[in-house]
Design a protein around this ligand. Structure first.
Ligand code: PXP
Length: 252
């Protein structure tokens, strides 16, 4: 897959609009309304994670997004039979396979691809046949990336959570080490023919060095944008993120 280093796509994850809705039950705020608003504001795609426990996005949110969006939907899901059946019922543009543990607050760590190569190859085969672009959410780890290429994934999404956590904790040495790993693994993934995405935990403060990685063609960002939207609104939050991405991309 050819890499397009100049135009970096921004996928907006609207899970946490649903988190706020679900805090009270009911129907508002509606994640579909947020998705349509960021679509209008120039997002390149919408990401939504249907978790096993339905803590934020619900099945009918996915159905409504599929029906009403005109930009691509990136459907995040665990590698379970239930999620595979949902994705195959109405195949989205892309599926991103993520690890999922019931007790975690958010997706911690990347998918174990190397240790589960056979099972995951069989799991993604029908999704690929149905026309979905299959993405695997992996840590910046050579074994996981090589295994992702071997099983025929189209995309790897590099997990930027550790890099962002080190930044927030003021651990600049560890942050720079993780950034170097992300840089090397983005290059390796592209060399192996994988399209490279990145995401998790990104904010205005952390997006620049990731946006500057030339092999990365898409960022998926959610929690920070939804939080910032409380203060400035979603389109303004997205526009500022876009500006920072473009600035990092065009810096010499
Ligand atoms: N990419 C993947 C694969 C994710 O699981 C998530 C979180 O759902 C994100 C990106 C977005 O992370 P955040 O909400 O921290 O921006």
């Amino acid at each position: 897959m050819a890499q397009t280093p100049d135009r970096l796509r921004l996928g907006v994850n609207i899970d946490h609009v649903a988190t706020v809705r679900n805090a009270r039950g009911g129907a508002v705020p509606d994640p579909l309304r947020a998705a349509l608003m960021v679509q209008e504001a120039g997002a390149d795609g919408i990401t939504a994670h249907l978790r096993e426990d339905r803590r934020h996005i619900r099945d009918d949110d996915i159905a409504r997004l599929m029906e009403q969006l005109s930009i691509p939907l990136n459907f995040e899901m665990a590698a379970t039979e239930e999620m595979q059946a949902i994705a195959l019922r109405h195949p989205p543009h892309a599926v991103c396979i993520v690890p999922e543990k019931r007790e975690e607050r958010t997706t911690e760590g990347g998918l174990e691809v190397a240790g589960e190569e056979k099972r995951l190859a069989a799991f993604i085969a029908p999704l690929r046949e149905a026309g979905c672009r299959v993405s695997l959410f992996v840590a910046a780890d050579e074994a996981q990336i090589r295994a992702s290429a071997r099983i025929g994934a189209a995309v790897v999404e590099l997990h930027t959570g550790a890099y962002c956590d080190f930044h927030v904790e003021g651990k600049s040495g560890e942050r720079d080490g993780e950034l170097a790993r992300l840089r090397d693994m983005a290059a390796l993934a592209a060399e192996l023919g994988l399209e490279v995405h990145a995401g998790h935990g990104l904010s205005y403060d952390t997006v620049g060095p990731i946006a500057a990685l030339p092999q990365v063609v898409e960022l998926n960002i959610g929690h920070f944008l939804v939080g910032e939207a409380i203060f400035v609104g979603l389109p303004a939050a997205m526009a500022e993120m876009r500006r920072l991405m473009d600035a990092a991309r065009s810096a010499p």
